[in-house]
Design a binder for this molecule. Structure first.
Ligand code: NAD
Ligand code: MG
Length: 333
């Protein structure tokens, strides 16, 4: 009898602790339930999610327009859904008219950021589409065209972005020049200098100009490449600038980490953008672009948008000095 009574007391106590545990978990589970109301997208096979090679042979004069590509690249125009991850942030993105920069610009705006984009005057048509998408997301979009090879322009670009956005806390240094040259003997000093000025000097000038405006919590994101670690024979100049990008990310992360500014990079593999059809790839490699990756195709800029968002998001506040790869299973970040 006594034993039964003890057991039942134990049962009562264990029942009580179970219900206390449930009560404690209740609000958490309730919160989780309220955050999972977004419809679950169907599973999508990455090997068949986008066009596969062979791609059509095509060439555009540099810097190329995304609207003229066949197939037109996907930057998430129809697919990217935001959830307020960058609400109130102010971002400057170079090369924001097309490719990875455009995918980042669309995603940032849909995550609640105001976005300034830099591009070349020849890319006005692409830039107009991006600005319309930023505005359609309910955010401020600022157009700041100009050539990054000029230090004075880089300084003015940052000053204009800060003034028009009312501050700056995300700098995406993404613009680059890539032209193939079969031999180092074909590469003129002028071409070499062009690549170095765009890919190495411009980020240096931009970051120096931006730094006085960046408060703790701000982030700098560079676009590197798998070329940084696995350079192609015909990208002698470009590949070394991407090694420089990876290196500046790691160096600056150590320098700026103590100030609360994170510096990270993205290393894409073969991605379907104007850079590749305006001299960045040979026609021979373009038609089979990305075909030798484990996913069997070129990547689309939209597939990298989430990485640019993550690196700017305080949810990734311990990620600093990292290079995030996106190369279909090939190449090292
Ligand atoms: P993209 O052509 O869409 O973007 C490059 C942008 O650079 C252009 O839109 C242009 O606005 C800008 N730019 C070039 N020279 C400039 C100058 N002097 N002044 C101002 N702007 C200038 O191509 P993308 O592939 O999206 O390139 C974005 C980044 O991705 C680059 O850093 C590139 O090196 C990197 N990347 C691309 C690939 C790929 O396969 N497409 C792979 C690895 C890395
Ligand atoms: Mg462009």
């Amino acid at each position: 009898m006594k034993k039964d009574a003890q057991l039942s007391r134990r049962q009562v106590l264990s029942g009580l602790s179970a219900s206390l545990a449930m009560a404690a978990a209740g609000p958490v589970l309730g919160a989780a339930a309220s955050h999972s109301t977004v419809p679950t997208p169907p599973l999508s096979d990455p090997t068949t999610a986008y066009p596969k090679p062979p791609y059509k042979s095509q060439k555009q004069p540099w810097p190329g327009l995304t609207s003229q590509m066949d197939p037109v690249p996907d930057h998430g125009e129809k697919s990217y859904k935001g959830s307020g991850r960058l609400k109130g942030r102010k971002a400057l993105i170079t090369g924001g008219d097309s490719g990875m920069g455009r995918a980042a610009a669309i995603a940032y705006a849909r995550e609640g950021a105001d976005v300034a984009i830099n591009y070349l005057p020849a890319e006005e048509a692409d830039a107009k589409e991006v600005l319309a998408l930023i505005k359609a997301a309910g955010q401020k979009g600022v157009a700041l065209p100009g050539d990054l090879r000029d230090e004075a322009f880089c300084q003015k670009l940052v000053a204009d972005a800060v003034r028009q956005l009312g501050g700056l806390d995300i700098l995406v240094s993404n613009a680059a020049r890539q032209q193939t040259h079969e031999s180092i003997l074909d590469l003129t000093t002028e071409q070499f200098d062009w690549t170095m000025k765009t890919n190495i000097y411009a980020p240096f000038w931009l970051i120096k100009a931006a730094l006085p405006h960046l408060k703790p919590g701000s982030t700098i994101i560079g676009t590197s490449s798998v070329q940084a670690t696995e350079p192609s024979a015909n990208l002698y100049d470009y590949a070394q600038t991407k090694a420089a990008t990876t290196s500046f990310v790691r160096s600056l992360a150590k320098q700026l980490g103590p100030k609360g500014i994170r510096v990270n990079g993205v290393a894409p593999g073969p991605i379907w953008t104007p850079l590749q059809v305006s001299g960045g790839a040979t026609q021979e490699s373009l038609v089979k672009f990305g075909g030798d990756t484990p996913l069997g195709r070129a990547g689309q800029p939209a597939e990298l948008a989430g990485i640019y968002v993550l690196l700017a998001d305080p949810l990734a506040s311990y990620a600093n000095g990292q290079i995030y790869g996106s190369a279909g299973g090939d190449g090292l970040p």
